[in-house]
Design a protein. Structure first.
Length: 87
């Protein structure tokens, strides 16, 4: 089984975004980053995928909306992140 697609919506100066990417990098996860610092169509896309989202990062693993950096870290703490990343 192949690894699920990972999308992360970020802003350039966001420390939480950097923390989330660092965790994904430490897992060897490949992800697509969308910088929405200036708004635009990718921000609209993020809000369509997660209408309640008002902060970054917003992380999606496959069809699952993980949430933000704290949510990603909680999955790691609970031992659930690896299974999501491997599909």
């Amino acid at each position: 089984m192949s690894a699920p697609k990972i999308d992360i919506y970020t802003k350039f100066t966001c420390p939480y975004c950097h923390r989330a990417k660092r965790l994904l990098d430490s897992k060897g996860a490949q992800y697509t980053e969308y910088d929405i610092s200036m708004g635009g169509p990718k921000k609209a896309e993020m809000l369509e995928r997660a209408p309640e989202a008002r902060t970054v990062p917003q992380i999606f693993i496959g069809d699952l909306h993980v949430g933000g950096s704290d949510d990603l870290a909680a999955l790691e703490r609970d031992g659930k992140l690896e299974a999501l990343l491997t599909g």
